[in-house]
Design a protein around this ligand. Structure first.
Ligand code: NA7
Length: 554
């Protein structure tokens, strides 16, 4: 950094944090509280991370706003007022800006600063982080708060560069918005981003053509202005409410709760009643209706039937309804939460093209050509998702001991210990990395958990006079085996989801997140309490018996 070395170590700062979303902001706050100097490097011109970039029409969180918010400061959670049950992107961004100012974080964030590389120096036991502008910042610790859905993926479709009109990606939306009034719009993709934006784009566009490769399951959000009674109720018991959510498998939805019974063990009537109750309540807790929806094929099928019946009630044209009917396991790809998605296909100017019947051949100057047909459009929206979980990490040239590149180490898929540290990369942490519950949970809960764990870890390593901590290869191997073993107990590996990396051509297929937040939180706490077995301190493996993660399941 320009100002010169400023720590006792001779480094510029104690901690470099990459990314100023929910994770980076809280990490900075916690480092300051722990008395460490830290700087956040952020490629964007403002805070927010995913909520800075995803400004497409209808962008909002699929977790309720009273839950999708920080819990670390009681005054903050009591004082902030959400206006809707599910917060919009602008409101979440406003919230994060408020947090930034309230905790005076801005002075330690460098915006418009893209990190290109991070290199470990084993002699000096420090990292040097290099930015696009050529700056180098040294630190003892590096924390990657780069987000799981931040590396936007635009498919390589022949002829895309020849298209004469504008193209947009939902995850890189123009800040001034886009006016589609009177235009013929084509949208490629039918995941969450598409399902949120399609009803709103259809309001403006003269014609909307939806190019669908895989039909998605969706449940209604029933979004509305937030109910003041519910706000009063939650705020009166916020700490207990947060604790109850941390005890849920996905760290949210405690007020409706999981239903600890198999979908196969109840009568048809009871099953439909429970599913109807959750459908009427709306949102992702729908999948908590039974305890084996993602464990047992028959149970999954029974739930699928209920949703498909709903789809056929909503969509008037039976042929369109048939094409919109998903055929994969429900919940295997992330369930979508919508406001009027299927209803939009009842509108005369909205058309569905099934790419499985008629694949895209190429993009032309005037539109999108599928097998045998030219669909003329004035603008194209790519709602084609992200290189999830590893994309943003591997976009940076991270080099650990002996100059080894993370890109090479992860060439066959990510491997690490606890989803937090990679063998051969001392003092480098990944927040909500692969191998942790991350994207299967309320991200804010997982982020707070990781930030607190990392902060305590750094404190205890430094407090004991050590300079480095890293995963041992053995500890890492055991952890990866555990993450895969848990995934194999579920139906998650059974579809081509972004959890598996299947949406990115050439990406190794490996189920990346760990299923189940509460046992993970318990296990990581035990690892810390037992002096970090599975890790090495100053290069020496910790001499303590390994802790079996299965012990935290019961
Ligand atoms: P998703 O959920 O990854 O959805 C991307 C969509 O784009 C999905 O329907 C894909 O079909 C489709 N897609 C991707 N590449 C292509 C190509 N080449 N041709 C046609 N269609 C394609 O991303 P979102 O942004 O909607 O949501 C990401 C997460 O954000 C979401 O899960 C929530 O957690 C919030 P596919 O299914 O791969 O056949």
């Amino acid at each position: 950094m320009d100002e010169g070395a400023s720590t006792a170590d001779g480094t510029d700062v104690d901690v470099v944090i990459v990314g100023a979303g929910f994770a980076g902001l809280y990490m900075l706050h916690q480092q300051r509280k722990a008395g460490r100097s830290a700087v956040v490097l952020e490629a964007a011109s403002g805070v927010g991370g995913t909520w800075y970039w995803n400004r497409y029409p209808g962008a909002r969180c699929d977790i309720e706003s009273l839950e999708y918010s920080y819990s670390f400061d009681d005054d903050l959670q009591r004082e902030w007022e959400w206006s809707e049950r599910y917060a919009t992107q602008p409101e979440i961004l406003q919230y994060l800006e408020h947090v930034t100012d309230r905790f005076d974080l801005r002075r330690d964030i460098r915006f418009d600063t893209r990190v290109l590389a991070a290199t470990w120096d084993d002699d000096a036991t420090t990292w040097t982080v290099r930015t696009e502008a050529g700056d180098r910042i040294s630190a003892r610790w590096v924390v990657m708060a780069t987000g799981c859905l931040s590396s936007a993926m635009v498919p390589d479709i022949e002829g895309a560069a020849t298209f004469a009109g504008p193209t947009y990606h939902t995850g890189r939306w123009p800040h001034d918005g886009v006016d589609f009034t009177g235009l013929r719009v084509g949208i490629i993709g039918t995941g969450s981003s598409a399902i949120q934006s399609i009803p709103l784009i259809a309001e403006q566009a003269a014609e909307l053509t939806v190019f669908q490769r895989t039909a998605s399951y969706t449940v209604p959000a029933w979004n509305a202005p937030i109910d003041p009674e519910r706000v009063g109720d939650v705020k009166a018991r916020y700490p207990e409410f947060r604790a109850a959510n941390r005890g849920m498998p996905s760290a949210f939805g405690s007020d409706i709760g999981p239903n600890d019974v198999s979908a196969k063990e109840v009568s048809d009537e009871a099953r439909r009643a429970e599913l109807a109750r959750r459908w009427e309540r709306g949102g992702l807790p729908f999948l908590g209706a039974f305890n084996d929806i993602l464990l047992d094929n028959r149970s999954n099928e029974l739930v699928r039937e209920f949703v498909v019946d709903k789809l056929h009630e909503i969509v008037e044209d039976p042929e369109v309804a048939a094409r919109l009917t998903p055929d994969q396991i429900i919940g295997c790809k992330r369930l979508c939460v919508d406001t009027g998605y299927w209803q939009t296909f009842n509108r005369d100017h909205v058309r569905l093209v099934d790419l499985r019947e008629t694949p895209i051949e190429r993009i032309t100057a005037t539109g999108i050509r599928t097998a045998g047909e030219e669909h003329e459009v004035d603008a194209i929206v790519f709602a084609t998702g992200f290189d999830a979980m590893t994309g943003a990490l591997l976009a940076i040239d991270i080099r650990g001991r002996d100059g080894v590149a993370l890109r090479d180490v992860w060439a066959d898929g990510p491997s690490n210990l606890l989803g937090l540290m990679v063998a051969g990369f001392p003092n480098l942490f990944t927040i909500t990395g692969p191998g942790s519950p991350s994207v299967l949970t309320n991200m804010v809960v997982s982020i707070e958990h990781h930030v607190d764990w990392i902060t305590e870890c750094i404190g205890s390593i430094e407090g004991a006079g050590h300079r480095t901590i890293e995963a041992t290869p053995e500890g890492q191997e055991a952890w990866v085996g555990w993450v895969n073993a848990v995934a194999d107990l579920t139906l998650f590996p059974g579809c081509s989801s972004w959890y598996l990396g299947a949406n990115v051509p050439g990406k190794p297929r490996q189920f990346m997140p760990l299923v189940g937040f509460p046992p993970y939180a318990e296990h990581t706490a035990k690892v810390a309490a037992n002096g970090y077995p599975g890790f090495a301190l100053d290069g020496e493996p910790v001499d303590a018996p390994p802790i079996d993660p299965a012990a935290s399941l019961v």
